[in-house]
Design a protein around this ligand. Structure first.
Ligand SMILES: NC(=O)c1ccc[n+]([C@@H]2O[C@H](COP(=O)([O-])OP(=O)(O)OC[C@H]3O[C@@H](n4cnc5c(N)ncnc54)[C@H](O)[C@@H]3O)[C@@H](O)[C@H]2O)c1
Length: 314
């Protein structure tokens, strides 16, 4: 039996520890347990976060071992290494696959009914691997995918149009990585397609502007890592948003990485498309109307993930 308000985080580095703090302050969970290969690190993070307890609603925060994952509604995997400069996705997969394999094997033993949410990169390939290794249904094993990239796109568009990011609806789909695709055909502000919004407001909507925004979104992780060594805040906020959708059964539309089953002629690959996320995990993938060119780019993105996976030794 899973407990509705319990979340386990495996990997308490930049991403996992920031997620733990964000979850605790967001007031959407009852219990957070942090596990890391370095037990000391997990203990230190849990102690530090617990000391903020008088500033927010009660949440139990502890560090633990794999057996403490038992009963978690969601287990987030944020353990592993980040991409080194110039490192290929295949090489990164080679380093993180054994870590994810071991974690999936341990957590499915103690918590077969929970949801597994992957953040470790390359997230699409590892989501597919975790799904196959776990034997769980695809609704319950999915990745953060392009939820972060979508947030970056909405934030860039919000700055460009000087408007609240919550009124910007636009998706990055496909791979969380270099081949990701901006679905411009379904981008809107205040229910108006971008060009119509620009016409009605007199704002610019040039191809160059949009290309520059797309480039900034695609290169965001590299730019941040070059400056501060890691990314943590926006990914933690993105993971918190996904967890909230599950815990509250919000049925939110989020671009999580999930197993495709024929959408746009694609299958046997995990990538991001807008999907409804609720208490059972990924409840439905939404096939939004994409242009011919966006569909071709999506196929190229799926191929990039396939090519990475082709190197997996199962
Ligand atoms: N999906 C996304 O949008 C996104 C965004 C940011 C980072 N990431 C990825 O998340 C991962 C973690 O990034 P980070 O910056 O937090 O790294 P980090 O090095 O700060 O932390 C990784 C943590 O994992 C732990 N760890 C390693 N092997 C483990 C194991 N077998 N069991 C338990 N814990 C283990 C380490 O001890 C460390 O504390 C990377 O793969 C990174 O690329 C993904």
């Amino acid at each position: 039996m899973t407990e509705h308000g319990k979340v386990a985080i495996i990997g308490a580095g930049h991403v996992g520890s920031t997620l733990a703090y964000t979850l605790v302050t967001a007031g959407i969970v009852r219990e957070v347990v942090i596990i890391d290969a370095s037990q000391e690190r997990a203990e230190g993070e849990a102690m530090d976060i617990a000391h903020a307890s008088s500033f927010h609603a009660p949440v139990k925060i502890t560090s633990g071992q794999f057996e403490d994952v038992a009963g978690a509604a969601i287990t987030v995997i944020s353990a592993g290494v980040a991409q080194k400069e110039g490192e290929s996705r295949v090489a990164l997969l080679g380093r993180n696959l054994p870590i994810v394999r071991n974690i999936v094997s341990e957590i499915t033993k103690v918590n077969p009914d929970g949801i597994i949410l992957l953040a470790t990169n390359p997230v699409d390939a590892l989501t597919y691997a975790a799904l196959r290794m776990s034997g769980l249904p695809s609704s319950r094993v999915f990745g953060s995918g392009t939820v972060l990239d979508t947030a970056r796109l909405r934030s860039e568009l919000a700055v460009h149009y000087d408007i609240d990011a919550r009124n910007v609806h636009a998706y990055v789909i496909g791979e969380h990585g270099d081949s990701e695709v901006v679905a411009w055909s379904v981008a809107d502000i205040a229910n108006m397609q971008l060009h119509a919004y620009c016409q009605s407001t007199g704002l610019t909507c040039s191809l160059e502007d949009m290309r520059a925004i797309e480039m900034r979104v695609r290169n965001a992780a590299y730019e941040i890592i070059r400056r501060k060594g890691a990314t943590n805040f926006a990914i933690a906020a993105a993971l918190t948003r996904i967890i909230e959708a599950v815990i509250r059964n919000a049925r939110s539309v989020l671009t999580v990485s999930t197993l495709l089953q024929g959408q746009y002629g694609l299958e046997n690959v995990c990538l991001s498309l807008p999907a409804i996320v609720g208490k059972n995990g990924v409840e439905k993938i939404i096939s939004v109307p994409l242009s011919e060119s966006e569909q071709q780019q999506l196929h190229r993105s799926a191929k990039a993930i396939h090519d990475t996976l082709a190197n997996i030794v199962w």
